[in-house]
Design a binder for this molecule. Structure first.
Ligand SMILES: Nc1ncnc2c1ncn2[C@@H]1O[C@H](COP(=O)(O)OP(=O)(O)OP(=O)(O)O)[C@@H](O)[C@H]1O
Ligand SMILES: [Mg+2]
Length: 462
């Protein structure tokens, strides 16, 4: 083209030649021999011209317009001609591609979920610097190299340790919101410790104790709450239509559960006032390392619930857009699906994008006892998660995943075949792409979780 938009003579000749060739091919019938006498193999198809916009709707996985080039580069768009794939939930929210910034990353063990999340976090810092705050719940203790690289604070919690977080810290904001959040957390923790849902009377006494503690003190802890349950006010005794002794008997399981949480499960981690220092205003972020309880299947879910609660509360008070990663999220969802659902809904209010990392569809529904409730919980959570990053699923999980994420036939086939580092990204309801996360050499070293598998002696056998 010339500067004023006219064709150069050679462009005009090429275009005319292509047009006349196309027309002569269109006019030919399937059996007609082309000039030169040879016959084309296969099924003859008429030539047609189209734009990439039209082709994109007919062949969504051969031609993909992508989602722009704002945000960090994640890797290459395998189904979009291997173009660069850029992603930032806040940018895509602004441009209207997404209506919420939350993400779920799901897939089999070892296929690269955490590596993709770590690359995303690291590159967010490269692109936005101090304009993004990063927060990670790290149940396996594998984010330390990334934390070292980015200068994130690491809070390592362990039973009887010296660093404490108080999950009953005041979330600020609306008072009712703060009371409700702490009531939901208290009943989630107590139900988890009891291994069953609370009955209405237990729930009322616990809820009342939280409300009273919120009114009477600026800060209170789980042991304060346990004392409140043991000593219900006269008004509550009257309302319950029980004698004080009967009420104490009926709510004894709640007291025992709180005692168990403070004396064992959460001891020395979540039973005292918060004493860790995190630079919420200027620092790059924080990692909560929970690896000390990772191998305790009963304690881990409760520790995760307390940790995610504390972190979300703290994030609400800080002013920058924040990305909160909850790795091994199944453990937290087990006793906190209701709370998660409420928390995901507030993501836009507080500018927090939550990234849940889990293995299979059932991780979203592990606490439900029947299929209908399970489906409702999963649908409730997913309704507030518009970015779904799906790594390979084992054959027996593909159908469930296809149902849950409403996959097309082709996407469903891919889900069982994706190689390590490659995932199907669903963005909102209309965009999808298979993306290969490309790691730099430095990132391969920082994100390596297979080190032990390559230890001396492994693979040495003759
Ligand atoms: N895109 C990639 N390119 C190269 N190596 C990768 C890629 N993704 C992951 N890996 C490597 O594969 C190994 C497993 O990755 P990762 O720990 O992210 O898996 P995961 O899905 O989180 O596993 P788990 O379910 O056990 O948490 C790591 O050593 C990582 O460095
Ligand atoms: Mg992982």
């Amino acid at each position: 083209m010339t500067r004023d938009g006219r064709q150069t003579p050679s462009q005009a000749v090429r275009r005319e030649r292509t047009r006349s060739q196309g027309e002569s091919r269109q006019r030919r019938t399937p059996d007609e021999r082309p000039p030169g006498g040879w016959r084309r193999p296969g099924v003859p198809v008429d030539w047609a011209r189209s734009t990439t916009a039209h082709l994109g709707s007919v062949y969504p996985f051969q031609v993909d317009a992508g989602v722009g080039d704002r945000g960090p580069l994640i890797g290459s768009n395998v189904t979009g001609g291997f173009a660069g794939f850029f992603f930032d939930p806040f940018e895509l929210y602004q441009s209207g591609v997404l209506t919420n910034p939350n993400m779920i990353v799901m897939g089999s063990v070892g296929f690269g979920k955490s590596a993709t999340v770590k690359a995303f976090l690291r590159r967010l810092v490269a692109v936005y610097g101090a304009d993004r705050f990063l927060a990670v719940i790290d149940p396996k203790g594998e984010y330390a190299p990334l934390a070292g690289d980015l200068g994130l604070s690491v809070v390592k919690l362990h039973p009887g340790g010296s660093q404490h977080l108080n999950p009953m810290d005041d979330p600020g904001g609306l008072t009712d919101d703060g009371v409700l959040a702490r009531q939901t957390l208290a009943s989630g923790l107590v139900a988890g410790a009891l291994g069953r849902p609370l009955n209405p009377l237990e729930d009322a006494v616990l809820g009342w104790a939280v409300e009273r503690a919120c009114q009477e003190r600026t800060a209170f802890t789980l042991p304060d709450l346990a004392a409140g349950v043991l000593d219900p006010p006269d008004e509550l005794v009257r309302l319950s239509r029980h004698s004080p002794l009967e009420l104490a008997r009926a709510t004894a399981p709640v007291s025992f559960a709180l005692d168990k949480l403070c004396a064992r499960t959460l001891r020395g981690m979540f039973d005292q006032p918060t004493n860790v220092r995190v630079d919420w205003t200027g620092g790059p972020g924080v990692v909560l390392d929970l690896s000390a309880v990772h191998h305790q299947p009963d304690a881990l879910p409760l520790v995760m619930v307390a940790a995610t609660h504390w972190l979300s509360t703290a994030l609400r008070a800080q002013r920058r857009p924040a990305v909160q990663v909850i790795d091994e999220a199944w453990a937290a969802i087990r006793h906190g699906a209701a709370w998660f659902q409420a928390s995901l809904k507030l993501s836009r209010t507080y500018g927090v994008a939550t990234v849940l990392v889990c293995h299979r569809p059932a991780d979203l529904t592990a606490q439900a006892d029947d299929g209908t409730t399970a489906a409702k919980i999963a649908a409730g959570l997913l309704s507030d998660i518009q970015t779904r990053v799906l790594f390979r699923q084992p054959p027996e999980q593909v159908a469930a995943a296809a149902d849950l994420f409403d996959l097309t036939e082709r996407q469903r086939d891919w889900l069982g075949q994706l190689v390590r580092g490659r995932a199907l990204w669903q963005l909102g309801t209309t965009r999808a792409a298979v993306v290969h996360t490309v790691l730099t050499d430095n990132e391969r070293r920082l994100f390596d979780t297979d080190e032990r598998m390559r230890a001396p002696g492994v693979g040495d056998a003759a």
